[in-house]
Design a protein around this ligand. Structure first.
Ligand code: DON
Length: 581
């Protein structure tokens, strides 16, 4: 039976198999594929033509691939948004909303609001008990905390208006592939999955991809078949794949398993809104940011105007004078925020007055360089020290043609309401907590509000998200924004000043420790290790109370260098990733 020929055939086949398997192993061990775990987080990157900075290396990669396929910054942003919905489930989303600011290569500005809306059945007092007290947690966890999601509608709108790659499928397919093939979880996501496991179990009746019997450990991959199916429905049907049909039915069924009030009518009537961006100046810089229902743009412009006439650069970075001035500006602006800001479709926000130069001058008239402002304007307030690390997510993109996008999107808290739409695989937001549930009662970020931000059906809740683009002498200069709840606005304010006043390269500007004051409570938060004992003492001597926190806000920014090269930087407080070419 055994002959030479068959032996040779055997030898040949063995050799072939061996060679192939060596090739295969070799291929798997090639630096690119070798080990998914060997990815490198790059927080500071340079590019000659284009740049993406996002919260996750896989999303940044997707954005770069779309740019290299000839997509513009808007196409890349859409692809990144969907990729983040898969690889960054704590904030990337299809069950949330956001704001996007765009500067086209021709220097035109635009912005879109795809913020969540209060369901039609919501009422002003829906989170209060019979005695008029806020029921703890009701606006933060579970089905009643959910606002009508805006992301899918928003992405369709921006694609229709600005997309260069006309075939939407190209933009969403990378997200579908990531969901169905799975990807390696990062250490931070693993830590959060384990930390929030009991909430996932508490607020979900059926199994989902995020809950497993054992704890998540390094090396675990996340496969999301349900989410891949939902994204495929969106790919094939556009926004109808989310707001109608199978996905909508599942979302409404999910609402009914808890105390949710979102209806089919809420979903089909959701519409994002194009809004005129806010445009203002700081010295030679033009700031383009988000208008209400975000407070970010107004507050940022107010703070910049308040400090503009002072010699910040001479004072020096985190000098007593600079910090005191900035803290006092922050205090005044957040008190305006609490009183005057809300959804301008429902409440007459006095935007022009708030940004009026004389008004701003007047607001700082009682600024005393030697003393914190007497507190008759600062009523005592309790402060919700953040109990979980803040998560939302920001992406900054510049393409080869010079189009720029600054977009911040959120589920609000980590994993939003913690509710996953059963069989559809995505988390729902808890954005209703951004409303003022009761005048003067702080939300999870310690922010208080009033009439302007009271709950009304179909109203959008006030936001602090501050997606911003800066021009200098008519040219694109910077793209920046951040997650971080109430600390977003002060982080954007400080990173910008670190670059333009304190002369820092963007990475130093971002990595530098920050401080924050939001009127109520009357306390300066500072990041651990951020202030020297001497500077703490000098602030105390001026009458400020101080409190340290682990970190605040996660900025992602791009700085256009004088020679036109792009410097992209993500925050070293997280796993942000910058890449360009
Ligand atoms: O819109 C807002 O202001 C909040 N929902 C943002 C939440 C946030 O940034 C959470 N953490 N980073």
């Amino acid at each position: 039976m055994f002959n030479f020929h068959s032996y040779n055939k055997f030898k040949f086949l063995t050799l072939l198999i061996l060679t192939l398997s060596i090739l295969f192993v070799d291929c798997r061990n090639s630096p690119k594929e070798q080990n998914e775990a060997d990815y490198e987080i790059i927080q500071s990157a340079k590019g000659k033509k284009a740049m993406v900075v996002s919260a996750h290396h896989l999303a940044t990669k997707v954005g770069n691939e779309i740019l290299q396929k000839g997509g513009n910054a808007i196409d890349a942003t859409i692809a990144v948004q969907y990729a983040l919905a898969v690889v960054y489930p704590r904030a990337g989303n299809i069950g949330g909303g956001g704001f996007m600011v765009i500067r086209t290569k021709d220097g035109n500005y635009d912005s879109i609001d795809y913020r969540e809306k209060a369901p039609k059945a919501s009422t002003r007092d829906m989170y209060l008990d019979d005695e008029g007290n806020v029921i703890p947690g009701l606006s933060r966890n579970g089905h009643l905390a959910v606002g009508v999601p805006g992301t899918v509608d928003g992405m369709e709108e921006v694609h229709k208006k600005y997309g260069k790659i006309k075939d939407f499928k190209v933009l969403i397919q990378p997200a579908i592939d990531l969901a169905s093939n799975g990807f390696l979880l990062t250490p931070m996501e693993i830590e959060r999955f384990n930390r929030f496991k009991k909430d996932f179990v508490k607020y979900n009746k059926s199994p989902n991809a995020f809950i497993k019997d054992t704890l998540w450990v390094e090396g675990d991959r996340l496969v999301q078949k349900d989410l891949a199916n939902t994204l495929t429905l969106i790919r094939d049907n556009g926004k109808a794949g989310f707001y109608e049909g199978e996905t909508a039915d599942k979302l409404i069924a999910e609402m009914k398993t808890g105390n949710g009030i979102i209806t089919h009518d809420d979903l089909t009537s959701y519409q994002s809104k194009w809004r005129a961006p806010l445009v203002g100046n700081y010295k030679d810089y033009k700031i383009i940011s988000m208008a209400p229902p975000s407070s970010g743009g107004i507050a940022l412009l107010q703070m910049l105007k308040m400090v503009e006439k002072y010699p910040l650069a001479d004072y020096g970075f985190q000098s007593k004078e600079a910090m005191h001035l900035m803290i006092e500006a922050e205090r005044r602006v957040y008190s305006d925020r609490a009183k005057h800001l809300g959804d301008s479709d429902f409440y007459k926000v006095p935007q022009d007055s708030l940004l009026d130069a004389e008004y701003i001058e007047d607001r700082m008239r009682d600024f005393n360089p030697k003393k914190s402002t007497p507190s008759d304007m600062v009523a005592a307030g309790s402060f919700a020290v953040p109990m979980e690390t803040f998560e939302t997510t920001h992406t900054s993109v510049i393409d080869e043609a010079g189009n720029a996008v600054s977009v911040t999107t959120t589920l609000n808290s980590n994993y939003g309401s913690k509710v996953v739409v059963s069989n559809a695989g995505f988390f729902l937001n808890n954005e209703m907590d951004d409303f003022s549930a009761k005048p003067g009662v702080p939300n999870q970020f310690g922010l208080v509000g009033n009439e302007a931000n009271a709950i009304e059906p179909e109203k959008r809740m006030l936001s602090s998200m501050t997606p911003t683009i800066v021009e200098k002498d008519g040219e694109l200069f910077m793209v920046l924004g951040a997650p971080g709840g109430s600390t977003i606005i002060t982080a954007v304010f400080q990173v910008f000043l670190n670059v333009v006043e304190f002369g820092m390269p963007l990475d130093d500007a971002l990595f530098a420790k920050r401080f924050h004051h939001q009127w109520l409570p009357d306390v300066v938060l500072y990041e651990n290790g951020g202030l020297t004992e001497a500077s703490k003492q000098s602030l105390k001597d001026l009458g400020h109370s101080l409190k340290d926190v682990k970190y605040m806000a996660l900025v992602k920014a791009i700085h256009v260098q004088p020679d036109g090269a792009l410097h992209g930087v993500g925050d070293n407080r997280s796993e942000d990733h910058a890449a360009g070419y």
